[in-house]
Structures are given as structure tokens and as C-alpha cells.
Design a protein. Structure first.
Lengths: 512, 517
């Protein structure tokens, strides 16, 4: 069956030349996500103690994984104690390895996010299915499942989407996924699904329009089936992740529909429309901001004793406008990973931003009016940040992970709608340089995470001094050093063969 | 893959007139920018300025007008100027705070055999008048004018490719820290101007000697301009700080050695061979000196006769070495105001400035990487040298993560410029019209934010946002000026953008005329 499927795929989409790069890139992608899934111990991701409680005490559970579950009328929360109490002595102390000794197990009851609040129950229910008697093995199973889910969606885009869409999607993922997003994707944090869904499913709207424009009809495997799977999965993942991610998904879809609409495309290229629309939009924006401005308190960079409640409108708007891009830098580990206790070398974000800058500047060589869609998503991202800040009451501590699902869509739309003949991954030498740098970024980040949780952070690079039986995934035949090596090698291999596959598909599409 | 067409010379433009016109506009715009940066901050604003003021005022020893006392035993000097201290390191306090009651100040003295040669402070001493603040303004304007002169001569005298590389390097690395230092009384400003001028002039001379025959032939006036730049820059670099002098020497050696790196045939020809051999021997000596006296369990170096250790139970050699290798690029972020500006780094520069800086540098380097050449190894050599400098400074500061970026700022434009200069890419970042416009826009925004942050902090105190600075002409320290702080920000911002536009036009007009794009 598998061979038949491969043959039919190669006949319809890529030809025999595409089979080898497709196979290698899939294997490398699986190795990549598996390495990241293995990189950190339970309790590593933000708020994970709450997540564990939420999953073990999911509203619908097929196993006896929760005790003392009861609903509290106060705030509508459900409280419960999970059967699994992970080792937490290393928690927030980066000098301590994961297998450290501790006095008391983590026994405190933890609030569970109940149905109808910010975290919808779908994620918890599905993760609950993967629970077994071994808590650590259960979390690993969940992490691997989430990672493979992302890998599957990305693979579907690569294999079935038109090559131009595939290149934009893979390039966007390559430029922004490491280290924060991939670490979160391969965790049991519900943001995992939000990022995985948004990073791969933003393509389905352009995919629909491109399929319509090219009138592509293929026998056997309809091209629309993979498209539908990607779209539906993206919607489901966003829906079951977090409520705000669902809103992000809907907004991104609407933006792309508006951008692709022939009527609007014509209007967008009419600069008089923009000249009228932009000032009107700006006035409306200021009115909205003034209305919600009362909720926002201080400019956090001022010392505590100098912060004013409700600073002048113009000061707080300009302060936020000039600061909010920094929040997206969390994608490159600027604020660290873990519970902010995994320090990522500064070279990582510097190299990542340089590579991203090169990618964006190349795509702006010849712009198109449709690239304004990325500006619209950025504007929406700014609005999301304002909203999160209103909850946190402080702009400068808005965690970047809240808006991380938007990042691949922003970058992807810039790349996809570019009319430039030059792009970062299109020119062989630029591609090699970019992949090399992205490989270094991934390797340094993966190492930093693994080392911190295995032996404690040293600040430099070394062979991690630990035996197979000393770390928490003891049943595995490989140790932490091998995880780092495999994960570091897998990412550049994936990128090389993914773009080779897309090049082959592109040449076939041009011929047909 | 089709590279986009580089910008062409506009039809009908008089060729010679176009060059001159663009050059004049670029120089005037830069001069306006420099003046605005000079006016952006009052006395005591740059790092260690109390040291420099004391040493400048007492450069010639005690006299009746400027220096009251010079005491080498206590390494202090008392001089006849009392800059207001109430705003010192307090970003919320405007500079025009209470007038000091004292008319004299005690400040620290440099050692005669220390890192700072005396020529700089003796020259600055010439500008001292009756008003201390105006005296400092004169010094700042003079230092800025020297930089403008160097750049004007370079734009006139260098071959198009080198000129383009020089302008590119300055455009992406100067804002905001370097330009703020250049227009200050901190000798590091001379260091940045001097090393850059030496690099550009030597690159031009090497390019003329070993470059393509299709390049324009340098006229005598252009050659004279280059030689003038080299001599002036050498004076600045050697008299700024002794470590900067060493940097300048290394830069020149690398540039002279570069042709021999590129061509095995030239490897055994006279001067490149000597330079290469000297460079290799010096590098090996430095590395041996550093390694032989350090115990790899410690973050430390054996320095004079005393062994200083940072971490007695420290890591192994490979851990501390790899820690430094993965961290040291962050030291250069100070060029974009990452650690803030001001004497105590109390001026918060918007993070957007840092992000734009890194993003644009990345774009420049990637475009220059499209077609690599072995000559770009010279840039790598300079980067390694910069790393060695950072190690050295860290040994003095005892802490890698607090090494001030300004110590290695002279090397940053040189590293970027060298990489671009030796690139064989058919098109560089600023050659593509759309990208040029976008990049100039981004750099303009970064510059405006940086200049605004400095001016606001010293005028009315830091607000955290952007606003029309609420201060009248007579309320800030340059109250004789016909423009206030808001005017300074606006003029400086416009000046920078105009400079970028026209300086790039100068290089492309010359390149198009001589077919060397």
C-alpha cells in the first residue's frame, strides 16, 4: 500500500526524482522533532505543572489518572490532583540537573483549567488518551505525538501543495521555528497545537486560490484532499489549543481571503485606495486605542517610583509601537527557554535575526501589493499584544509565546507574495549559507536545552557528562549527547532535501 | 536566477556635475547630522567624561586660567570648570538642573604611560574658553568636522567599489553609539574615525594596485586625497588610545596581506609577504602569550606580575573558550545601543534600533555572500582579532559579559566593509532600488529613535515614549542656538537620510561611469 501510494504521489506531484529527497527530508524531519521532544524533562515548558494537572484531570478521561477532582464554584475552576507528580527539584534552578534528589515530591494540588475558559478541553482530552502508568513515559509519548503531528502537517504541505506555496511555508518555518517554537511544539503545553496548526495551515487559503487559478485537476488522489486535511487540521488544532489561537486562525484566514480576492487585489494595486484607506484606518485605530487606553497603566521601562498611571496617550502608544517587535524575538530564545532558566547563547538570536532579515529583504526586492497582508497580520499581532498586556498590566513582560502562532504566517505571507526573482533559499550559495546558519542556531539551542536539564548549565559547550542510566529517558538506547548530535544533523539535512524536493516539483510544474 | 538591475545613472545628468553635486549634498547633510549629534548631549554625557575633562583642562599643567592643581601622587587634578552633576546617571533628570555652587572640580588623572596618549588632550586644550560648556561644544564640533572631512575625501578619492563598501559599512554600523562617540570628547571617537579612515584609504590603495584594470584610474588629486586621509587617520588612531593604534596596525597588515591570500602567485612578492609573515608571527605570539600564562580552569590572564582569577573552581578550557565564542558577537550589539547610551548607560534606546541594526547587517552580509571570494577571509581574520581584543579587555574587566562594546567599536565597520569590499557578488544590498529605499528608511528610523532618545533624556528627562519635547529654547543648555531640541532631532534625522541617499548616489554614479558595478 505504501509503495502504491508513493508511486501515485510521484506520478501526480513530483516524479521519480522527487521520491528520494522526499523520503530523506521526511526521515530527517521526524528525527528533528523527536530530538526536541527528548530534549527536556517534564515540567520544562511554561506553566507545565498546570498542564499536567489539566491533562491528568481532563474532563473526559479513559483512565484513573486523577484524584480528588472537584469543581469549584469560585471562578468556575475545577481542582484536582494528578496521579503523576514529576520530579521538580531542578525547577527554575539551571545549575541543577533533572535527576537531582529532592525532599518532597510535588504534591500540591493544582488548579485545572475547566471547560469554557481560555483553554478549551480538546487538547487535554486527547493527551489524556496517551496516559499510562508511567508518568514520564506518558509525557514523552505526548511530546512525540505533538511533534509528529507538526511534522505530518508540514510534510503534507511539502508533498502536495504547489511548490511556490511549499517553498514559502518551509522557508517561513525554517526562519522562525528554532528554538522557541519547536521546543513548544514538542511539549505538552497547549500552545504546541496552536503554533503547529498556524505554522502549517496558513497556506490553505493561497493554496485554494492557486489551485483555482491553475485549474489543476488530477485523477486518483485529488489535490484538494490534502488541502482539506491541512485546513481542517489547522482549524482543529487552533480551536483545541487556546481560544485566542482560534481567533488568530480566523483573522489570518480572513486576511488571506481578502488579499487573494480578485476584487480586493485590484483595489490593493490602486494606490489611491491605499492613500485614502490608510489615513482613515489610522484615525479609527487611534480612536480605538484612546478608548482602551484607560486600561493601561505604566510605561515599564521607567523606574517604579517614576511610573505614572495612564501616561499621555501619545507616549504609551509610541512606547509600545517601538517596543512590540521585540516580543517576537522570544522566538529566537531571547528571554530564554524553560521557566526562563535555560539560557540560550546570544549568538543564536543574532544569527537568527540576521538570517530572517536577509530572507525578508530578498523578498522585498520586488514587492507586491499583496505583501500588505503581512502588515495586516503584524497589526493584528500588535493588537493581540496590547490585549495580553492589558491582562498582564505591563507591556514589557508579555510573553512572546502568546503571539508565536502568528510569526510563521507573517513571514510566510511576505515570502509567498513576493514577486522577487531573488530569494534566500532560491540561490544555491545563499541557500547553503542560510542552512548552515540555521543549523548552527538549532544546534546551539538544542544543546543548551539538553545540557541544562541533564547536567545543569555550564555556560559553554562540552560532552555532556552523563551515562545512559542517569537521565530520565532511560529506556532509550541513546543518551543526551546523541540526541544533540542527531537533532543538530537532522535539521540541516531536512532543509537541504526539502528544498531539493520543492525544486524538483517546481521544475515539473513549469513543464506542465 | 535573474539579479535585479542595479540603479542606473539618470538620463541627461551631467556626469561630472552629477558627481560633484551629489558629493556636496552628501557632505553637507552629514555635517548637519554631525552638528545635531554634537548638540544632542551636554557635558558629562559620554562614558568616563569626567576623566577626559579633567585631563584636557590640565593637559598643560597648572596655570592661571584652566588648571588649578595637578597631583600625580593622588592621580587627581583640580580644574576651573564645574559641569552640573545633578543629572549624572539619572535618566529622569534633565540636564539643566541646579547650578553647582563650586566653580572648580576635582577629577581623575590618566597615567602618563597609560592607554591614552597626551596629544589628544593637548589639542583639545586649545579649544578651552571662558565658558566650559561652550568649550566642550567646540571640541565636539571639531571632532565631528574631522570625521566629515575624512569621509568627504574618501568619497572623492576612493575607487567606486571601495567607496560603496565604505558607505555601506558606515551606514549599517554607525548608529547610534559610534556617531555619538565621534561627536563627543571621548578619544574613542578619534579611534573610530581613525581606524575607519585608515582602512578605507589602504583598501583603496591596495585596490588600485591589485584591482581590475577596468576600474577608474586615480587622478593625482584623488591619490593625494587618499594619502591625506591615511595620514590624518593614522594620527587620529595612534593618538586616540594605544590599543586602538594596535588595532589600526593590524587592520593595515591584514589589508596588505590580503592580495597574497587571494593569489598564490603573489604570495612570494615583497610587501604582501612581509606583511603576511608579520601578521602570522604577531598572531602566534599573542596567542602563545595569552595561553601560556593562563590556567584553563580560570577565567583570567596573567597580568603584569599578579595572577588574577575570576573563578577559582572554574570550568575547563573548552567550556570557557566555547562560552566566549558563542557570546562575543553580542559585545558588538553595543554599536546599536543595546546597553544603552549615556555616562552610566542610563539612556534607554528603543529595542527597535537594535533589531533594525542586526537585521540590516544580516542583509548586507548575505548579499555579499552570494558569490564569495577568498579575500573575504580578511574579514574573518579581523573578526578573530576582534575576539582576541575582547578576551584581552575581559581580562582587564574580569568579566566577559560586561566588556563594553565601545572598546572594539573601531573594528566593526572595518569587518563589515572588508567583507563587502572583497565580495564578488554581482549585486550588493544597496544596489537594488527597492531594497535601498527600504533599508534607508529603516536606518532613518533607527537613527531618529537613537537621536531622539539622547536629546530627550538630556532635555526634559526620559519619558519612555516619543513626544514633542516640552522645552523652550532658553530652557536647555545650548540656549544661544536658534533651534531647540525638537529642531535638533528633526534636522539630524533628515540629514542622515539625505546623507545616505546622496553618498550612495556618489558611489553609483562613479561606478556606472566606469562600468565597475
Amino acid at each position: 500500500m505504501l509503495l502504491i501510494g508513493i508511486k501515485r504521489w510521484s506520478d501526480k506531484f513530483g516524479g521519480t526524482k522527487a521520491v528520494r529527497p522526499a523520503a530523506i527530508s521526511m526521515l530527517a524531519l521526524v528525527a528533528f522533532v523527536a530530538s526536541w521532544a527528548l530534549s527536556s524533562a517534564p515540567l520544562a515548558s511554561p506553566d507545565e505543572q498546570g498542564r499536567i494537572a489539566s491533562i491528568w484531570c481532563a474532563p473526559i478521561s479513559l483512565n484513573d489518572s486523577c484524584r480528588d477532582r472537584e469543581s469549584s464554584s469560585e471562578k468556575g475552576l475545577t481542582v484536582g490532583s494528578p496521579q503523576y507528580l514529576p520530579n521538580h527539584c531542578y525547577f527554575r534552578n539551571s545549575a541543577l540537573p533533572a535527576r537531582c534528589t529532592f525532599q518532597e515530591p510535588y504534591s500540591q494540588s493544582t488548579n485545572v483549567f475547566s471547560e469554557g475558559t481560555f483553554y478549551l478541553p480538546g487538547f487535554q482530552i486527547i493527551m489524556n488518551v496517551l496516559i499510562s502508568s508511567d508518568g514520564e513515559a506518558s509525557t514523552l509519548r505526548m511530546k512525540l505525538f505533538n511533534g509528529l503531528l507538526f511534522a505530518t502537517l508540514l510534510a503534507m504541505v511539502m508533498l502536495f501543495a504547489p511548490s511556490r506555496i511549499g517553498k514559502a511555508a518551509v522557508a517561513a518555518v525554517a526562519l522562525v521555528i528554532s528554538p522557541f517554537s519547536i521546543w513548544l511544539i514538542t511539549s505538552i503545553n497547549s500552545s504546541s497545537w496552536g503554533i503547529a496548526g498556524m505554522a502549517t495551515s496558513w497556506v490553505f487559503v493561497p493554496w485554494i486560490f492557486e489551485a483555482r487559478r491553475s485549474n489543476r485537476q488530477q485523477d486518483g488522489i485529488p489535490s484538494r484532499m490534502p488541502l482539506a486535511i491541512v485546513a481542517i487540521c489547522g482549524f482543529l488544532l487552533s480551536t483545541t489549543s487556546r481560544l485566542d489561537t482560534l481567533v488568530m486562525f480566523v483573522v489570518v484566514v480572513v486576511v488571506f481571503i481578502v488579499t487573494e480576492s480578485s476584487v480586493v487585489r485590484h483595489r490593493l494595486s490602486n494606490w489611491r485606495t491605499l492613500a485614502i484607506g490608510v489615513p482613515i484606518g489610522s484615525i479609527l485605530t487611534i480612536i480605538v486605542l484612546r478608548t482602551i487606553g484607560e486600561r493601561f497603566q505604566a510605561v515599564a521601562e521607567l523606574p517604579e517610583n517614576a511610573r505614572q498611571h495612564q501616561p499621555e496617550l501619545w507616549i504609551w502608544i509610541t512606547s509600545w509601537v517601538t517596543h512590540f517587535p521585540q516580543i517576537f524575538m522570544d522566538a529566537f530564545g531571547v528571554s530564554g527557554l524553560g521557566e526562563n532558566d535555560v539560557r540560550i547563547p546570544q549568538s543564536v538570536w543574532i544569527l537568527a535575526l540576521m538570517t530572517l532579515g536577509a530572507g525578508l529583504l530578498c523578498s522585498l526586492t520586488k514587492m507586491s501589493s499583496q505583501q500588505i497582508s503581512s502588515a495586516a497580520i503584524v497589526g493584528f499581532g500588535f493588537a493581540c499584544i496590547l490585549w495580553f498586556a492589558s491582562r498582564e498590566m505591563d507591556l514589557y513582560y508579555v510573553p512572546g509565546r502568546y503571539v508565536m502562532p502568528l510569526f510563521p504566517a507573517i513571514v510566510g505571507s511576505v515570502l509567498y507574495y513576493s514577486k522577487s526573482s531573488v530569494n534566500l533559499f532560491g540561490q544555491p550559495r545563499l541557500r547553503k549559507t542560510a542552512i548552515l546558519l540555521l543549523g548552527v542556531i538549532n544546534a546551539l539551542s538544542l544543546y543548551a536545552v539538553v545540557e541544562r536539564y541533564v547536567a545543569g548549565s555550564s555556560g559553554g559547550l562540552r560532552v555532556i557528562p552523563i551515562r545512559l542510566d542517569e537521565w530520565w529517558w532511560q529506556s532509550l538506547p541513546i543518551g543526551p549527547n546523541a540526541v544533540v548530535l542527531v537533532g543538530s544533523a537532522a535539521w540541516p539535512v531536512f532543509l537541504v532535501y526539502a528544498f531539493r524536493l520543492l525544486d524538483v516539483k517546481s521544475s515539473i510544474e513549469e513543464r506542465t | 536566477m535573474n539579479w535585479p538591475q542595479a540603479t542606473e545613472v539618470p538620463a541627461g545628468l551631467d556626469r561630472v556635475g552629477g558627481r560633484v553635486r551629489n558629493l556636496v549634498i552628501a557632505v553637507v547633510a552629514l555635517a548637519v547630522t554631525i552638528v545635531c549629534w554634537s548638540l544632542s548631549s551636554p557635558p558629562l554625557s559620554t562614558p568616563d567624561e569626567n576623566w577626559h575633562i579633567a585631563n584636557i583642562w590640565c593637559a598643560r599643567g597648572p596655570d592661571e586660567s584652566h588648571c588649578i592643581e595637578k597631583n600625580f601622587a593622588t592621580a587627581t587634578a583640580r580644574y576651573n570648570y564645574a559641569p552640573p552633576m545633578c543629572a549624572h546617571r539619572n535618566a529622569l533628570q534633565p540636564a539643566r538642573c541646579a547650578t553647582p555652587s563650586d566653580t572648580s572640580t576635582i577629577g581623575p588623572l590618566f597615567s602618563p604611560d597609560g592607554n591614552y596618549p597626551s596629544t589628544y588632550r593637548e589639542l583639545m586644550h586649545q579649544f578651552i574658553g571662558s565658558d566650559g560648556a561652550l568649550s566642550i561644544l567646540r571640541m565636539k564640533l571639531f571632532n565631528g568636522a574631522v570625521f566629515v572631512l575624512i569621509l568627504a575625501l574618501l568619497l572623492y578619492g576612493t575607487p567606486p567599489k571601495v567607496a560603496r563598501s565604505a558607505v555601506t559599512a558606515l551606514a549599517v554600523t554607525l548608529i547610534p553609539f559610534s556617531i555619538w562617540l565621534i561627536t563627543s570628547i571621548n578619544p574613542s571617537g578619534w579611534g573610530i574615525s581613525g581606524v575607519f579612515g585608515m582602512w578605507a584609504s589602504v583598501s583603496a590603495l591596495v585596490h588600485s594596485r591589485f584591482g581590475k584594470s577596468s576600474e577608474e584610474t586615480q587622478s593625482r588629486s584623488q591619490q593625494a586625497a587618499l594619502i591625506g586621509v591615511f595620514l590624518l587617520s593614522a594620527l587620529l588612531a595612534t593618538q586616540a588610545r594605544r590599543d586602538v593604534a594596535a588595532m589600526a596596525v593590524v587592520v593595515v597588515l591584514v589589508l596588505i596581506a590580503e592580495p597574497s591570500i587571494r593569489s598564490w602567485k603573489r604570495l612570494f612578492s615583497g610587501k604582501p609577504l612581509i606583511a603576511l609573515a608579520t601578521l602570522i608571527l604577531a598572531s602566534i605570539s599573542l596567542v602563545i602569550k595569552v595561553l601560556e600564562n593562563s590556567d584553563f580552569s580560570f577565567f583570567g590572564f596573567r597580568f603584569p606580575t599578579e595572577f588574577r582569577s575570576l573563578n577559582p573552581s572554574g570550568p575547563t578550557f573548552n567550556v570557557w573558550f566555547t562560552s566566549w565564542v558563542t557570546h562575543f558577537p553580542a559585545v558588538f550589539l553595543d554599536a546599536f545601543g543595546n546597553s544603552g547610551l549615556g555616562e552610566g548607560h542610563e539612556i534607554v534606546v528603543s529595542r527597535l534600533v537594535v533589531l533594525i541594526g542586526v537585521l540590516v547587517v544580516g542583509g548586507v552580509l548575505f548579499f555579499a555572500s552570494t558569490v564569495k571570494s577568498s579575500g573575504q577571509l580578511a574579514s574573518l581574520a579581523l573578526l578573530v582579532f576582534a575576539f582576541a581584543c575582547i578576551l584581552w579587555f575581559a581580562s582587564l574587566e574580569f568579566d566577559l559579559y560586561n566588556v563594553p562594546g565601545r572598546y572594539v567599536l573601531p573594528l566593526l565597520p572595518v569587518i563589515v566593509g572588508t567583507y563587502v569590499n572583497y565580495s564578488r557578488s554581482p549585486v550588493q544590498l544597496f544596489d537594488v532600488p527597492n531594497i535601498r529605499r527600504i533599508t534607508i528608511g529603516l536606518l532613518g528610523v533607527a537613527h531618529a529613535l537613537g537621536l531622539y532618545a539622547v536629546v530627550e533624556r538630556y532635555s526634559s528627562g526620559f519619558s519612555g515614549g516619543i513626544r514633542s519635547i516640552p522645552i523652550r529654547f532658553d530652557e536647555w543648555w545650548w540656549d544661544f542656538m536658534p533651534v531647540g531640541p525638537n529642531g535638533i532631532v528633526i534636522l539630524g534625522s533628515i540629514g542622515w537620510i539625505v546623507f545616505l541617499v546622496y553618498s550612495l548616489r556618489v558611489t553609483e554614479v562613479r561606478a556606472a561611469l566606469h562600468g565597475s558595478v
